[in-house]
Design a protein around this ligand. Structure first.
Ligand code: DHB
Length: 305
């Protein structure tokens, strides 16, 4: 499968949603030390998203209820060729409001040869009145099977965090059978709430002040998800870890439990694109101290105690 070509070597890049909505932002990520870029999740039509304030972050965490603000799939298909000169992988990200919309979106992505892969977002937490798609496991597998038949591009699914082992097993077995190339673990924790005790108020306006939580605390939640998926995939479906990555050490931990790549979300929001260089330097230092030539040697090699 084609994605195996990308993820043969460990990649560090942005999480969809952070610095990737406009051509200018995508260009900034691509000009940095990031190894690839994933675009903002695109819908069929452009969207303004939810009312502001809809994003809040500190050093420790972020909460968002963006509501999929994006310029629409046609814009992203149009600008992809203009970003190819950076010679880095370009991942499209798509989200439909129905099964049919996912199919329509992938047909548009298929027509753009400059997209090297597609991350299907089955886990947006913030669109009111619709639930997180990938909590319906049967429906998700049905859509994944059809999408697999519709595209030869490397195909991955961005999932929400699960709370039961059987949910992960069922999806992982299904994805393996379908021939999915990669999964992105995980989207933010969907039902977070942050309160400012001084002002005695919520910090975001949409959806009763409830939104997706990410940041440092999330790392240990996602490490568990990566480990459980890896135990089924055993390298046959690649894993992109996303959640609380802010240092070289975090990347190392993700690799040990089975990630072939990591994306940076909250920390990119906080530090800007310089974060990629910082994290890579820290990772190199760890590798040097341990006398290891490449992080790839460590994927899935965590020891049991
Ligand atoms: C949004 C939030 C997400 O966590 C995501 O994966 C996609 C979209 C949003 O609200 O825009």
């Amino acid at each position: 499968m084609k994605s195996q070509e990308f993820f043969k070597k460990f990649l560090i890049y942005n999480a969809s949603g952070v610095m990737c909505t406009t051509k200018e932002e995508l260009g900034k990520v691509l000009s940095s030390s990031a190894d690839a870029v994933v675009f903002k999740t695109a819908t069929l039509q452009p969207r303004e998203g939810n009312p502001e304030p809809r994003l809040f972050w500190t050093d420790e965490f972020s909460i968002n209820s963006m509501g999929l603000p994006n310029k629409g799939i046609d814009y992203y298909c149009f600008i992809a060729p203009e970003l190819k000169h950076f010679k880095k992988p370009l991942f499209s990200s798509i989200a439909g409001f129905s099964e049919a919309e996912y199919f329509e979106l992938i047909e548009k992505v298929n027509k753009v040869k400059e997209f090297d892969g597609v991350e299907v977002n089955l886990s947006c937490p913030n669109v009111e009145a619709s639930c997180v798609f990938a909590y319906d496991l049967e429906l998700s597998l049905k859509v994944a099977e059809k999408l697999r038949k519709m595209t030869d591009k490397p195909l991955g699914f961005k999932l929400p965090p699960y709370t039961e082992r059987w949910q992960i097993k069922k999806l992982a077995d299904g994805f393996l059978k379908i021939g999915v190339d990669f999964v992105v673990l995980c989207n933010s924790w969907p039902l977070g709430c942050v309160v400012d005790y001084k002002k005695e108020s919520l910090v975001i306006r949409p959806n009763q002040g409830i939104g997706g939580l990410g940041g440092k605390f999330f790392k240990n939640i996602v490490l568990g998800q990566v480990r459980l998926f890896y135990q089924v995939f055993k390298g046959r479906v690649k894993i992109v870890g996303v959640g609380g990555v802010s240092s070289g050490r975090d990347v190392y931990e993700y690799a040990l439990v089975g990630a072939n790549a990591v994306q940076i979300g909250s920390r990119l929001l906080h530090e800007g694109v310089a974060v990629f260089e910082k994290i890579k330097k820290e990772l190199e230092e760890i590798l040097r101290e341990k006398g290891i030539s490449s992080i790839d040697e460590k994927v899935g090699k965590v020891k049991e105690v």
